[in-house]
Write a protein that binds this ligand. Structure first.
Ligand SMILES: O=C(O)CCC(=O)C(=O)O
Length: 263
């Protein structure tokens, strides 16, 4: 069944657990369209300004893992991460679905414009794909903390291909506040493992999960013959400014997609 709204009980579950499975958020046709679109982007066949996209190539095929820099890095499905997908009309239109507006209204308030910290393709190519260590999605260079991320599976996400793993109920506090990107120390991860097992968020293609940004999460590599493509969007208060004076692309409410520099 398609996800159209979130019930009060589901919100309670989210607040308690730090995550909520949203079910199918993409129709079959939308899923095919987004999956084909991202493959076209990776293969260099899409008509868009590649200089606006941050594209990180995964190690393999004779290449090292590339830096996280803007611009095309070769025609291959072996990309790890592609950011700034709000500049692609198809991905933007998915990000602006009413169910996500509803989530942002609930989390940030109804009259508040919402921007995205990042609209990001995260790929674990078949028999490849790097481990992502446990972290909380928190960045020290923002003037306020983004609170929610919607992670959507474009392929089935399974234990074998490196689905996201979370430690539920960890959203209450920052574990390593001085780390610029929220990564936990090895000791902190060991201590979490002593008290609980992480949950594997296995999803069907087209399903999504809502994550509180502070819910501890990470993922393994991909040992299977199938890719694990996903699209992750972090929605935040549209007034958020980075230490460098950057405001971000507005996705709900009045404002521009063009990030502004306010100095
Ligand atoms: O896709 C993954 O493996 C991790 C996702 C993640 O860290 C995120 O979406 O914030």
């Amino acid at each position: 069944m398609m996800s159209t709204g979130i019930t009060p009980e589901q919100w309670r579950t989210y607040e308690e657990q730090g995550y909520l499975k949203l079910g199918k958020v993409l129709t079959g046709m939308e899923l095919v369209a987004l999956s084909q679109r991202i493959d076209h982007i990776m293969l260099g066949k899409a008509e868009l300004d590649y200089e606006r996209l941050m594209m990180q190539r995964e190690a393999g095929e004779g290449y090292e893992q590339s830096g996280q820099t803007n611009g095309f890095k070769g025609s291959t499905l072996n990309y790890r991460k592609i950011e700034n997908l709000e500049f692609d009309p198809l991905f933007l239109s998915y990000m602006q679905k009413p169910v996500f507006r509803e989530i942002c209204d609930k989390v940030y308030g109804t009259d508040i414009r919402v921007s995205c910290f990042r609209a990001m393709f995260l790929n674990k190519p078949a028999r490849n794909g790097s481990v992502l260590p446990f972290h909380q999605d928190r960045w020290t260079d923002l003037d306020r903390d983004p609170l929610v991320t919607v992670w959507t599976a474009l392929d089935p996400a399974t234990i074998e291909n490196g689905c996201v793993k979370i430690f539920p109920k960890t959203q209450g506090h920052l574990m390593n506040p001085s780390n610029p990107s929220g990564f936990l120390t090895r000791d902190q991860v060991e201590r979490l493992h002593e008290v609980m097992e992480p949950i594997n968020l296995e999803l069907e293609a087209g399903e999504a999960v809502l994550l509180h940004n502070w819910t501890v999460h990470g993922s393994e590599g991909n040992s299977s013959a199938k890719s694990r493509r996903a699209f992750s969007v972090c929605y935040m208060d549209g007034e958020t400014v980075s230490a460098a004076g950057k405001k971000f692309s507005v996705v709900f409410g009045s404002g521009s997609l063009q990030p502004e520099l306010i100095v």
